[in-house]
Write a protein that binds this ligand. Structure first.
Ligand SMILES: *Cc1c(COP(=O)(O)O)cnc(C)c1O
Length: 460
């Protein structure tokens, strides 16, 4: 699909100093200001506006200048990754928004946008229902606690990204306004919750993108974790797409050195610090500044692990994954997860059948060295846990998917193989049926009890 693209080349890290670059960002209101879009027809630009009136859109100048090959649009993978495409909305939703935009009434447009969004499963996998923890009988909005040993923390200053991914499963949180006021209280709540839960070993700071925050905010959240009452917090992970969308964060931004210094101090204090870097395509790592950013982060002693969903139009080709994982290993990164695109937002545009996803994973794995085979997947982050497609097999004459939990609401479910009827079109766990004529998957009764509030998922 990605026609004229060269492979990542082996080259030395650039030695010239990098010029600071001003962060310049475009949203749906500025589509007309993006110079290379002038190449498109007015009809194509209007279609983008229609889609961007429903799904979040944000792209910055570095992505436009350095990552997109404008001679290869619309097929270019980073163009697909960031720019709205007509097929991202169902025909009927698309038509409704066209009509609303023609009407020109702001309130009407907003109402149609809200109605369409509500039909796109904005909060998948029971996040709002089951994962919100309590502290002194108050719910903590900025924290999700799904798996015993790991909490997700969403600092309020980190709830945007340097650009938005068109397939993002957290898209719904970019629709509202960002709230900047509660930071001090939030840090206190995070620390209090961590102090009270000694079985938590991993903190995963996520967003949005925490790396949009000024370093000082990260210092406030993370530096206190070096005190003895947080010795149980062994790993600090930061989920980010900044190495793709704004590598300047680690190289030329005003507080870049301070940020690297913070990472070094956390490492020196004995923490495992990991950047969970989101890369969908090796092209994203193929600029001098991205490589310099990677080099500088690694110099702090932090590890960079990589993860990404498998997406039609962007990376549904084993060659792309093999080249990407190989390149990551060469740059010293550790491949971690291949995800299945979640059942939300523009899913129908990006989804790949589970059977095909497994083939792509397998064909990519076969091409790379053992050091790249640390990537697990394809994995579905579903309500009960992360379910990996281990393969397709035939057992007693029945064609089946072999599945396992790599992470689960009950740790006892982890690593037990289980089986579903093979279905060449299924794209998500809820479309799979148990194999061998069984009525339910082994975890279903217990999961239903968790949903009904009869079992506290984190105390089993
Ligand atoms: C993926 C995920 C984690 C981390 O799981 P690991 O398998 O340790 O990477 C934690 N919380 C949630 C909600 C997740 O989806």
């Amino acid at each position: 699909m990605t026609s004229v693209m060269s492979l990542p080349e082996q080259r030395a890290f650039a030695e010239e100093p990098f010029e600071p670059r001003r962060f310049l960002v475009y949203t749906e209101r500025h589509l007309d200001k993006i110079a290379p879009l002038k190449k498109l027809t007015p009809q194509q630009r209007f279609e983008m506006r229609v889609v961007a009136s429903v799904l979040p859109f944000r792209v910055n100048q570095y992505v436009i200048d350095e990552l997109i090959d404008w001679n290869n649009i619309p097929a270019d993978p980073v163009f697909q990754l960031t720019f709205p495409q007509r097929g991202m909305l169902a025909e009927t939703d698309f038509a409704r928004m066209v009509e609303a935009l023609r009407g020109g009434d702001r309130a009407g447009i907003q109402a149609v946008a809200r109605a369409i969004r509500a039909g796109l499963n904005p909060h998948p996998a029971g996040q709002q229902l089951l994962n919100v923890p309590q502290l002194d009988e108050q719910t903590l909005d900025g924290i999700q606690h799904k798996y015993r040993e790991t909490i997700l923390f969403f600092p309020s200053q980190g709830q945007v990204c340097h650009s938005y991914c068109s397939f993002c499963f957290r898209w719904a949180q970019f629709i509202g306004d960002k709230e900047l006021r509660f930071s001090a209280k939030e840090a206190d709540q995070l620390h209090a919750y961590l102090e009270q839960h000694k079985n938590i070993s991993d903190l995963l700071v996520t967003g949005g993108d925490p790396m949009v925050m000024k370093t000082q905010h990260l210092v406030n959240y993370l530096e206190p974790l070096t005190q003895p009452q947080f010795d149980h917090i062994q790993t600090i992970r930061i989920g980010t797409k900044s190495l793709t969308f704004w590598p300047q964060r680690y190289v030329t931004d005003e507080d870049a050195d301070e940020l690297l210094d913070l990472l070094s101090r956390l490492v020196r204090a004995g923490k495992h610090v990991a950047l969970m870097a989101h890369f969908n395509h090796w092209r994203e790592m193929d600029t001098d500044i991205a490589r310099e950013a990677i080099r500088r982060v690694r110099e702090t002693g932090a590890v960079i692990r990589t993860q990404a969903p498998l997406l039609r139009h962007i990376n549904d080709d084993p060659q792309i994954w093999a080249d990407m994982w190989r390149e990551q290993v060469r740059l010293g990164l550790v491949p971690y997860y291949m995800f299945v695109e979640r059942d939300t937002g523009a899913k129908q545009y990006f989804e790949v059948p589970l059977a095909r996803a497994w083939e792509i994973y397998r064909e990519a794995m076969q091409q790379i060295s053992g050091l790249g085979r640390t990537a697990r997947g394809p994995s579905m982050s579903a309500g009960p846990g992360k379910v990996e497609i281990q393969g397709v097999s035939e057992i007693n004459g029945e064609k089946v998917f072999v599945l396992r939990f790599i992470q689960a609401r009950n740790p006892d479910w982890v690593q037990r193989p289980f089986f579903a009827q093979y279905d060449e079109n299924a794209t998500w766990l809820d479309q799979l049926k148990p194999a061998f004529g069984e009525e339910k998957f082994f975890f279903e009764d217990e999961y239903q009890a968790m949903l009904a509030g009869e079992i506290n998922p984190r105390v089993v």
